[in-house]
Design a protein around this ligand. Structure first.
Ligand SMILES: Cc1cc2nc3c(=O)[nH]c(=O)nc-3n(C[C@H](O)[C@H](O)[C@H](O)COP(=O)(O)OP(=O)(O)OC[C@H]3O[C@@H](n4cnc5c(N)ncnc54)[C@H](O)[C@@H]3O)c2cc1C
Length: 341
């Protein structure tokens, strides 16, 4: 048994002070990832700082016309929020594709962004893993790589980021609001999560004494069609092999704006900037969608077991763009889909 202390933070400032004074301490929100990692022996903090009762659980419209989502807003509540369903259906769909209703009832916005990789070697403390134990090596490279990265891996790590919500937030150009000893700062998504490089143990650019207080969405774009599609090994309760969050604005037969992010393919949500560049100013047709996917995939470097992700990404991107361009099919989740378990 690994002993640890537990403290409930009275407010955000108290949580920051506890993090500052106790290097290695971990924040506890819904606990659906952290508690699993404690049981597996992957995480062994000497102090758990419970932030789950801090009043950071509201969704509010911003003066700019966007949305501010408190870090403790539960994934179920966010997916069911009327403004999210109406104006950001891609985000609602991403949330609903994740985990199970029971897990979504506990999982929080901040915890979802900071959940750790599902790489089997990371979760198995008997194997070498630079992400869990820096300097020990990467068992995935040369091992079983079906679920691993095709973009941005380094020779130290090939793990993928598991959050569906984060992929939608990357496509939406959300900002993560974090508070630390120096005050509050904004970190743009993408850019919040890191590629592995030589430090795969660092998932994000968050400092050890900072915490997420909210996520902010920019105003929804007029005339945009958007959705999230997740390809997985089972119809539910499985992480993405590949996922696509996409938004398209078509005006007078021309794509005027495109935002695409991919999940299941990199150490971070992968913003498909090369694909977006191909689409802008072009006609929304199948040949252009294929060209856009190919432009993005030109930098893909698959491993032996996950080469299938290259055509899978291509087909999924093309299918999603085709459906968005076909117009007004309603991608907003129904009342039934968002009902809490
Ligand atoms: C069986 C199973 C299936 C799942 N399937 C999916 C899936 O398909 N897609 C998907 O996206 N997710 C999936 N999940 C993951 C689930 O969504 C996450 O466990 C959950 O979102 C984490 O949120 P939490 O509030 O429980 O975080 P916690 O477990 O409490 O915390 C996770 C991490 O975030 C840190 N943290 C929490 N809040 C803050 C904050 N405000 N500031 C700084 N750090 C913070 C914690 O210290 C910890 O390191 C699955 C989980 C399980 C168990």
């Amino acid at each position: 048994m690994i002993p640890f202390r537990y403290e409930r933070a009275a407010d955000v400032a108290a949580a920051v002070t506890l993090l500052q004074r106790n290097p290695g301490a971990k924040l506890l929100a819904g606990g659906t990832n952290l508690v699993d990692l404690l049981k597996l022996g992957v995480a062994s903090p000497h102090l758990l700082v419970d932030i789950s009762r801090l009043p950071l659980d509201t969704v509010e419209e911003t003066e700019a016309g966007g949305l501010r989502i408190g870090t403790n807003v539960r994934n179920s509540d966010l997916a069911a929020h009327p403004v999210v369903r109406q104006r950001y259906p891609m985000l609602a769909r991403a949330l609903l594709s994740a985990a199970s209703p029971q897990l979504r009832n506990l999982a929080t916005t901040g915890g979802n962004l900071l959940q750790r990789t599902r790489c089997v070697y990371f979760q198995d403390v008997t194997t070498a893993c630079n992400k869990r134990d820096p300097g020990t090596g990467c068992s995935a490279i040369g091992g079983f790589t079906r679920h691993h990265a095709i973009f941005g891996a380094s020779d130290a790590c090939a793990a993928t980021h598991p959050s569906d919500m984060a992929v939608a937030l990357a496509a939406l150009d959300a900002q993560v609001l974090v508070t630390g000893p120096g005050g509050t700062r904004r970190i743009p998504m993408p850019g919040f999560h890191r590629l592995p490089g030589r430090e795969p143990d660092r998932d994000t650019v968050l400092a050890p004494d900072e915490l997420i207080v909210a996520v902010e969405l920019p105003p929804a774009r007029a005339g945009a069609a958007s959705t999230y599609r997740k390809v997985r090994e089972r119809a539910s309760y499985a992480f993405a092999l590949v996922s696509v969050a996409a938004e398209l604005v078509v005006h007078d037969g021309t794509v005027t704006q495109a935002r695409i992010a991919l999940g299941g393919v990199a150490h971070a949500p992968w913003r498909a900037a090369a694909a977006e560049a191909v689409l802008r100013g072009r006609r929304p047709e199948m040949a252009v969608f294929g060209e856009a996917a190919d432009a993005e995939l030109a930098s893909a470097r698959p491993f032996a077991d996950n080469a299938f992700k290259v055509p899978l990404v291509r087909r999924t991107v093309v299918a999603v763009l085709r459906d968005l361009a076909a117009g007004p099919a309603d991608s907003r989740p129904s009342d039934r889909e968002v009902t809490r378990a």
